[in-house]
Design a protein around this ligand. Structure first.
Ligand code: SAH
Ligand code: SF4
Length: 382
C-alpha cells in the first residue's frame, strides 16, 4: 500500500521526503501543490524533476474521500455526504456568509459519547477518521468551491469541528489535521478561525492548549451535574467544575479571550428560568477564577428517537435575557421553519442520511434552508 499524502502535516511530509532521499524543503513544495492548488496527481507538479515525480507516483498517492451526494440550498449552503467504507457515511457542510465561508467538518464516523439530544450519539460509534479523512473534507470542499464559484482565491476562511463525532476523542488524528489547516503552506487559516467543539474531554483540552491552541467551543447544555450527566453521559467522568476549570486554564493559551459555550435548548428539560439563574451563578463562580465566556443558545433540532422537543422561542428569549442581564454575552441561533423540516425529511428519503449533522447544522446556522436541490452523484462523477 502506498502512502496517502493527505495524511501528513508538514513535519510528516518532511519525514516522508527524507525517506525518499529528498531534501526536507520538497515537503513545502508538495504541500503547496496539494493543499493550495488542489493537485491530486504528481504529473501536475511541474516544478518537480521528472524522476522525482515518477518516484512519488510509485510510493504515494493523493486520495480524497468518495462523495456520495451533494445537497445545495438556495442560500448557498452545501452539504456533502462522504463514503468512509463499511456502510458508514460522514457529513461536511459549507455555510457561506457575507464576511466568511465556514466549513463544518466531521472527526469520527458516529460518536461514542451518546448525548441524548444528538442523532449521531444515538447512532453509536463506528470508528475514528484518519488525519487524511479529516483533511480530505477541507481539501475537497475548498477546491470544489473554487471551481463551482469560479473563484481563484480562498473560499473557506473558517473551520468548525462541529460535524459528526467528538474531536477530542480522536486527538492523535485531529492534531496533524489542525496543523495542516493552520500551516501557511497548507490552508493558512488563523487560529481564531479554527474551532474545536467538545462535549468536555478534560485532559485533552489541556493537551490542545499545549499542542495547538485554536478557538474552543464547549457543549455545556446544563447548569448542574445531575442534569448534564443525563444529557451528556461524559459528564459522569468529567463533571462541570473540572470542565470549567480546564476551560479557565485553556484561556491563557486560547487565541480568543473567551470560551464559547453551546447550550442546546430542550423544552421543559434545561430551558426553565431556574436553569438560567443556576447558569448565571455557575459562571459567576468561575469568572472569579478568570473564566470569560460567551453563550450560544441552539434551539434543539428534533428527531423522533430522542423523545425531546425544541424549546419554545419565548422561553429561549427569556433564558437569553437572564444571561444578558447578568452581563453574559449571549446569542441565539435562528432555526429554520417547519417547511424546512419537511425539506430535510425529503433529503433523507433521497439519500440515506444516517448522521443528521446536516439537519443539525441547518438548525444551528443563520439563514434559511428553503428550496434544497439534491445532487446525487454516481461513483464516477464523484
Ligand atoms: N462532539 C462535539 C462536536 C460535534 S456536535 C460536541 O458535542 O461539541 C456539535 C454541536 O451540535 C454541539 O454543540 C452539539 O451539542 C450540537 N447538537 C447535537 N445535536 C443537536 C441537535 N439535535 N440539535 C441542535 N444541536 C445539536
Ligand atoms: Fe457526540 Fe457531540 Fe453528538 Fe454528543 S453532541 S453525541 S459528543 S457528536
Amino acid at each position: 500500500m502506498t502512502t496517502n499524502l493527505l495524511d501528513f502535516d508538514l513535519e510528516g511530509m518532511a519525514a516522508f521526503c527524507e525517506q525518499l532521499g529528498q531534501k526536507r524543503f520538497r515537503a513545502t513544495q508538495l504541500f503547496r501543490w496539494i493543499h493550495q492548488k488542489g493537485a491530486s496527481n504528481f504529473e501536475q507538479m511541474t516544478d518537480l524533476a521528472k524522476a522525482l515525480r515518477e518516484k512519488l507516483a510509485v510510493s504515494a498517492h493523493i486520495t480524497s474521500l468518495k462523495v456520495v451526494s451533494r445537497h445545495e440550498s438556495t442560500d448557498g449552503t452545501i452539504k456533502w455526504l462522504f463514503d468512509v467504507g463499511a456502510g458508514d457515511v460522514i457529513e461536511t457542510v459549507f455555510i457561506p456568509e457575507s464576511d466568511r465561508g465556514t466549513l463544518c467538518i466531521s472527526s469520527q464516523a458516529g460518536c461514542a459519547v451518546g448525548c441524548r439530544f444528538c442523532s449521531t450519539g444515538h447512532q453509536g460509534f463506528s470508528r475514528n477518521l484518519t488525519t487524511g479523512e479529516i483533511i480530505s473534507q477541507l481539501w475537497f470542499a475548498e477546491h470544489f468551491l473554487r471551481k463551482h464559484l469560479g473563484k481563484g482565491e480562498r473560499v473557506i476562511s473558517n473551520v468548525v469541528m462541529m460535524g459528526m463525532g467528538e474531536p477530542l476523542q480522536n486527538y492523535s488524528q485531529l492534531l496533524p489535521a489542525l496543523k495542516v489547516m493552520l500551516d501557511d503552506h497548507g490552508y493558512g487559516l488563523s487560529r481564531r478561525r479554527v474551532t474545536v467543539s467538545t462535549s468536555g474531554v478534560v485532559p485533552m483540552i489541556d493537551r490542545l492548549a499545549r499542542d495547538c491552541p485554536v478557538a474552543l467551543a464547549v457543549s455545556l447544555h446544563a447548569p448542574h451535574d445531575a442534569l448534564r450527566s443525563d444529557l451528556v453521559p461524559l459528564n459522569k467522568k468529567y463533571p462541570i467544575a473540572e470542565l470549567l476549570e480546564a476551560c479557565t486554564r485553556y484561556q491563557s493559551a486560547a487565541p480568543r479571550d473567551f470560551i464559547t459555550f453551546e447550550y442546546c435548548m430542550l423544552d421543559g428539560v434545561n430551558d426553565q428560568p431556574e436553569h438560567a439563574r443556576q447558569l448565571v451563578e455557575l459562571m459567576k463562580i468561575h469568572a472569579v477564577n478568570g473564566l470569560s465566556c460567551k453563550f450560544n443558545l441552539i434551539p434543539f433540532n428534533p428527531f423522533p428517537a430522542s423523545g425531546l422537543v425544541r424549546s419554545q422561542m419565548p422561553h429561549v428569549l427569556a433564558f437569553a435575557r437572564t444571561l444578558l442581564e447578568a452581563g453574559i454575552v449571549t446569542t441565539v441561533r435562528k432555526t429554520r421553519g417547519d417547511d424546512i423540516d419537511a425539506a430535510c425529511g425529503q433529503l433523507a428519503g433521497d439519500v440515506q442520511d444516517r448522521t443528521g449533522v446536516g439537519q443539525r447544522m441547518a438548525a444551528q446556522r443563520q439563514g434559511m434552508l428553503a428550496g434544497i436541490k439534491v445532487v446525487v452523484l454516481d461513483k464516477d462523477a464523484a
